[in-house]
Design a protein around this ligand. Structure first.
Ligand SMILES: *Cc1c(COP(=O)(O)O)cnc(C)c1O
Length: 356
């Protein structure tokens, strides 16, 4: 605290990122990072940017990257916005599109950054409870809405809506901007991008942090009607004209162009998710059906905080969210097969005995 802080700074409730501990031989399954590295072609493209050209500012419009993304997703470059991680893209969306007189709606259990942005930008919001199966019910959004934001698959539950359900939500709210945060869509959900053509109120946000193993590069993007993108660009150019450096732009392009590597890595995560889920269920956990690179699971008799602490003593870090409806659960990132084995062995020690 300081008397030099502004009122706004006093009122903020900042997001707490998952920890990045420095422990030896750690099994780190708490922030949904990729267990394998990025595309070697992306790494080579990033390395090639360590050159004299770094004295020059990067392209403020990131044209080459936006053209690559537009081709990949079958839209026009004017329908693509890029930013310094999708968190920045989301922040610009809150400022540009989600602040209205009627409240912004999002689920009660969801990405915990949303209420943080609401405070920063003074956005009124209401949360809509997930149903008993921890799923979003589109029918529950039939109420006055200035705008709507949903992750699909949802975080931290991993539960996905179908494209038909997203279409229903859009059809029921033609006057409200709707942001679909698809941070985990590549692990088994349907993207809403094909709906952009018919729905000028839809913004789809994706990231290179999870399925493309580039969390450290900070590249996220949004796809929507050109007029929505123009709104985001107005906010971005009122904040930072150069959110993506040269290495980030080049690495992101090379990653998108390496389709074979991308497909192989997402398939490996999906396969390992099945093994992790089965291993947890054999040890008394109930897991929500996951379309993401993590599993949200609850043990029959042991609390989430207790289990997370016991795993931590065995150098296995998972995520626990202390809120009332999530306190029983753990969110466990899908790691390598060796990391899954370490986690399951640690659970056997903690729970006393092998799979039942
Ligand atoms: C990880 C995550 C993001 C942010 O990712 P960036 O690394 O900032 O691109 C956004 N939304 C959800 C739901 C996430 O889990």
């Amino acid at each position: 605290m300081s008397r030099f802080w502004s009122d706004l700074t006093h009122q903020l409730k900042p997001y707490t990122p998952g920890e990045q501990p420095r422990m030896a031989d750690l099994v780190k399954l708490n922030t949904n990072e990729s267990p394998t590295g990025p595309s070697p072609k992306a790494m080579a493209a990033i390395a090639a940017e360590a050159a004299d050209t770094l004295r020059l500012y990067p392209d403020p419009e990131a044209r080459a990257l936006r053209e690559t993304l537009a081709r990949y997703h079958g839209v026009a470059p004017e329908q693509v916005f890029v930013g310094n991680g999708s968190d920045e893209v989301l922040a610009h969306a809150f400022a540009a599109l989600l602040k209205h007189e009627a409240p912004l709606l999002f689920p009660d259990i969801t990405y915990s950054f949303y209420p943080v942005y609401c405070r920063l930008f003074g956005v009124a919001y209401e949360t809509v409870p997930l149903d008993g199966a921890m799923a979003v019910r589109i029918e529950d959004y039939r109420r006055p809405a200035g705008a709507i934001i949903l992750p699909n698959p949802n975080a931290p539950t991993g539960v996905a809506l179908s494209r038909a359900q997203i279409r229903q939500l859009l059809d029921e709210h033609p006057e409200a901007p709707v942001v679909i945060d698809e941070a985990y869509v590549d692990f088994g959900a349907q993207t809403a991008i094909p709906l952009v053509a018919e729905h000028p109120n839809l913004l789809v946000v994706q990231t290179m942090s999870k399925s493309r193993a580039l969390a450290g590069l900070r590249v996220g993007y949004a796809i929507g009607d050109a007029a929505l993108i123009e709104g985001l660009t107005r906010v971005k150019d009122s904040f930072n004209s150069y959110p993506l450096g040269r290495p980030a732009q080049a690495g992101a392009i090379a990653s998108i162009e390496d389709e074979a590597f991308f497909q192989a890595s997402r398939e490996a995560v999906i396969a390992e998710r099945g093994r992790l889920t089965a291993g947890l269920e054999a040890r008394g956990f109930t897991a929500s059906p996951s379309s993401a690179n993590f599993v949200f699971a609850r043990h029959g008799s042991r609390g989430g905080a207790d289990l997370a602490a016991a795993l931590r003593e065995r150098a296995v870090i998972v995520r626990h969210f202390a809120a009332p409806r999530t306190a029983d659960h753990l969110r466990i990132t899908v790691g390598t097969p060796a990391q899954t084995d370490r986690l399951l062995e640690a659970l056997d020690e903690v729970l006393g005995g092998g799979p039942g």
